[in-house]
Design a protein around this ligand. Structure first.
Ligand SMILES: *Cc1c(COP(=O)(O)O)cnc(C)c1O
Length: 409
């Protein structure tokens, strides 16, 4: 069983987290209500949840699923599909759906997530650059938007798209609160109302009460094997937004003028609806576990972000180990405490789409799912590990106890 001293430390930490946990429970309750209301308003019937084949013209599950997610995320309409493989795939479809040759994509959160770099800048591989789409960015300053530079740039260049990444990816900045995102969107729209604002919402869903489309984003994109699918959806991603934006994007996703009329899935849609319904609760449990683990690590003098007492803005916690060995050890511990592949020992490797060696721990039911317990980090100074997910709070608490046990030795 658990070592007593370790359990005591973790239980103590848990008590210290009570205030933050209560706030998260309140958010969870309201988000669950929002999700339930969306299911009811869409009048989902059991007969709607059936699979389809071929063109899928009569696929009611596809239509209902998109309706439900669009409502929950504050969009007018959306694409939610098992045919989209990943967040990167969905972001790519959305970018190519909106942007035309000669247009400008202007990122106001610095460079986009690692896997998008080739999508934007790649040479001779069908990137945005190959299609003569221009790109510029401006970095955040002190974890907030650089309003002055944004204003100057938009006035001068009238970019077609302003791009925002809510979560921080493999960088050291904070994730952005919905409040900050809403404020900058108002600002952008005041300067040029025609600018399309797109938000990479990966890891952000259900962490706060609102989502980017609630505060003015034209398009928001995320993966169903992260927050939005609760670990139940077996694959897929969503793109939600305004009627105009989604029409443009659906032409790219399927074909111009066919748009969202087709799309079939012969597998079961049941886990997509279940995942959607469970997502607020699963995200809440993962956030609480993540905060608990951060508090326990602090007790052993390991720096962790977000800082204790702060409300999270995404699912990810980082631990600064300052030492490659400790980072590797931590990932191996996470792997060994996974329900699947617990016997696997992760090693750093050259992962496609990334520029440093990466170590990844993931023993998930759905391959690569990071709403499930997972940890990863690039092998470079200051050896930061990004930790996220966990299908139940208790699972992460077990990780925290094991962590304390190791560090007590
Ligand atoms: C995970 C992630 C992506 C890419 O999603 P995949 O599903 O891994 O392709 C994009 N942006 C951010 C911020 C992410 O966390």
């Amino acid at each position: 069983m658990f070592r007593k001293e370790a359990l005591t430390i973790v239980n103590e930490a848990e008590l210290e987290c009570k205030k933050v946990f209560d706030s998260l429970d309140e958010i969870c309750l309201q988000n669950q209500k929002k999700v339930l209301d969306a299911f009811r308003e869409c009048g989902l019937q059991l007969a709607d949840i059936s699979s389809s084949t071929g063109y899928g013209n009569d696929d009611r599950a596809r239509v209902k699923l998109s309706e439900i997610y669009s409502k929950i995320f504050g969009g007018e309409t959306g694409i939610v599909s098992p045919l989209i493989t990943s967040g990167t795939h969905a972001l790519t479809i959305a970018l190519f759906g909106i942007l035309r040759p000669g247009d400008m994509m202007f990122s106001i959160t610095g460079k986009p997530y690692d896997t998008l770099l080739d999508v934007v800048f790649g040479e001779g591989i069908g990137s945005l650059k190959d299609f003569k789409v221009n790109y510029e960015d401006v970095e955040l300053v002190d974890n907030d938007f650089d309003y002055k530079q944004i204003q100057n740039f938009i006035e001068k260049n009238k970019p077609r798209m302003v791009y925002i990444q809510r979560s921080r990816g493999y960088s050291t900045r904070d994730s952005l609160s919905i409040e900050k995102i809403g404020k900058v969107i108002d600002f952008v729209k005041t300067i040029n109302p025609k600018t399309i604002v797109m938000v990479d919402n990966c890891y952000g869903e259900f962490v706060e009460l609102k989502e980017p489309c609630d505060v003015g984003a034209d398009v928001m994109v995320g993966s169903l094997i992260k927050n939005a699918g609760a670990g139940i959806a077996p694959t897929g991603a969503y793109i939600v937004g305004s009627n105009y934006a989604i029409e443009q994007i659906s032409s790219r996703f399927i074909a111009p003028s066919i748009g969202l009329e087709v799309g079939s899935y012969a597998g079961s849609y049941t886990p997509f609806f279940q995942g959607c319904f469970l997502a607020p609760h699963t995200v809440c449990g993962a956030l609480k576990g993540n905060i608990l683990l951060g508090r326990v690590a602090e007790k052993f003098n390991i720096k962790s972000f977000p800082a204790f007492g702060e409300m999270p803005h995404d699912l990810v916690r980082s631990f600064e180990f300052g030492d490659a060995e400790k980072l590797i050890e931590f990932c191996r511990m996470v792997q060994s405490l996974s329900p699947v592949d617990s016997m696997v020992v992760p090693y750093p490797w050259d992962m496609p789409g990334y520029n440093n060696q990466i170590i990844m721990a993931s023993g998930s039911f759905v391959q690569g799912s990071s709403i499930e317990l997972s940890a990863d980090g690039p092998i470079r100074e200051p050896y930061i590990c990004y930790f996220q997910g966990g299908l139940t709070y208790e699972h992460i608490k077990i990780v925290a106890i094991e962590f304390a046990t190791k560090y007590l030795n």
